[in-house]
Design a protein around this ligand. Structure first.
Ligand code: ATP
Length: 307
C-alpha cells in the first residue's frame, strides 16, 4: 500500500538540545494515525518538518514520496489545521470559506462551500461573523477551511484541545467521517488518549527524541504484557485478608481496593493464581472481570520506563 507519509531517521536539534534523535515511521493511505507524546516531545516539530516549514538536521520527511517544501503539486494534495484555525473574525463563515476557496482557485466555489457548511453543520450560521462563534464552531469551520481543496491527507495538530466534551465529539465525528466516506488519510497529533483510542488505526508514541511505540491500538493493548483484573468479593469486609493473600503472588504487581472488592495488575495474562489463592484462603468470589489495558495505561508505562 502506498505510504502517504514516510519519515526516515529524522533528526532535529534546537539550541544544541536534540528534540528528534532519528525517528522513523510510515503512514499508509487511509489511516487515522495518532501521533502522541508529552509536551515538548517534538510532535509539532515533526509536523512542521513534514509540511516543509522547518528544515531537519538530517533524515527525510516525505509526503506522497516528496519533500513538501519543493513540490507545489504535492502541497495541493495536503490539508493542514495547526493550532490556529486560520479564520478572520471580522468575516462571516461564508466569507471566510469564499476567501480561501478563491485563494486556492477552487472551481466549484459555491457548491463546495455549501457542501462544507452542511458537512460541518454550520449552514444556519453561514452569515454570522466568525468572531461571535464558539471555540467548537471555529474549529469545525477551521476543518472546513483545511479541506476546501479536497486534500488526500489532513494534518491536525491537537484539534480538540481547548474544546468541551460535546465539541470534542463533534470534531471527532468529522474526522471519522473524513476518513471513512471521503477516504482521507489523517495525521492527528493529540494529548487526548481516549480520543486516539476511539478513532486511530495506528499510533506512535514519541518520547525522549525517539519513537517508543508504533503499532495499532489493538496490538499495543494486546501485547502490553500486563493484565488488569477486577474481583468482586461476596463479603467485601474480607478485602484486607484478600490483600495479604494476593500480595504474596509473584505475578501481582499492583493492588487497589475498589467498591465491593479490589483490582490487581498482573505481569502476565493468567488470573488463576489469584483466584485459587483466594479460594484456598476461604474468600468467596462474586465476580472476576479481566480488563483490557487502555491506551492511557500503555502511554503511562512508556513514560515510566523512561523516567
Ligand atoms: N523554533 C524553535 N526554536 C527553539 N526551540 C524550539 C523551537 N520549536 C520548538 N522548540 C523546542 O523543541 C521542543 C519540542 O517542541 P514541539 O513544539 O515540537 O513539542 P510538542 O510535542 O508539539 O509539544 P506540545 O505537546 O506541548 O505541543 C520543545 O522543547 C520546544 O521548546
Amino acid at each position: 500500500m502506498e505510504n502517504v507519509v514516510s519519515v526516515l531517521n529524522l533528526k532535529k536539534t534546537f539550541d544544541k538540545k536534540p528534540v528528534l534523535s532519528g525517528i522513523s515511521f510510515d503512514v499508509p493511505r487511509g489511516e487515522i494515525f495518532g501521533f502522541l507524546g508529552p509536551n515538548g516531545s517534538g510532535k509539532t516539530t515533526t509536523i512542521r518538518i513534514l509540511l516543509g516549514l522547518l528544515r531537519p538536521d538530517s533524515g527525510s520527511a516525505l509526503v506522497f514520496e516528496q519533500p513538501l517544501e519543493t513540490s507545489d503539486k504535492t502541497r495541493a494534495r495536503v490539508g493542514v489545521l495547526l493550532e490556529n484555525n486560520g479564520l478572520f473574525d471580522k468575516l462571516t463563515a461564508y466569507e471566510n470559506l469564499k476567501y480561501y476557496a478563491e485563494l486556492y482557485g477552487i472551481p466549484d466555489v459555491e457548491e463546495r462551500i455549501r457542501e462544507l457548511l452542511a458537512f460541518t453543520d454550520l449552514t444556519s450560521r453561514k452569515d454570522t461573523l466568525v468572531g461571535t462563534f464558539s471555540t467548537g464552531m471555529k474549529r469545525k469551520l477551521g476543518i472546513a477551511r483545511a479541506i476546501l481543496h479536497r486534500p488526500e491527507v489532513l494534518f491536525l495538530d491537537e484539534p480538540t484541545s481547548t474544546l468541551d466534551p460535546e465539541a470534542q465529539k463533534m470534531v471527532r465525528d468529522l474526522i471519522v467521517h473524513l476518513s471513512g466516506d471521503e477516504s482521507m488519510t489523517v495525521f492527528l497529533s493529540s494529548h487526548n488518549l481516549d480520543e486516539v483510542q476511539k478513532i486511530c488505526s495506528r499510533v506512535a508514541i514519541l518520547h525522549g527524541g525517539t519513537i517508543k511505540a508504533l503499532d495499532s491500538v489493538e496490538n499495543l493493548r494486546k501485547n502490553s504484557g500486563v493484565t488488569n483484573v477486577r474481583i468482586t468479593l461476596s463479603d467485601s469486609s474480607q478485602v484486607n485478608e484478600a490483600r495479604s493473600v494476593v500480595s504474596k503472588i509473584p505475578t501481582v504487581t499492583d493492588f487497589k481496593e475498589i467498591e465491593e472488592g479490589f483490582s490487581v495488575t498482573l505481569s502476565d495474562s493468567s488470573a488463576s493464581p489469584v483466584i485459587s489463592g483466594l479460594c484456598s484462603a476461604g474468600i468467596a468470589i462474586e465476580e472476576v472481570v479481566k480488563d483490557k489495558r487502555s491506551l492511557e495505561d500503555i502511554y503511562i508505562d512508556v513514560m515510566r520506563e523512561e523516567a
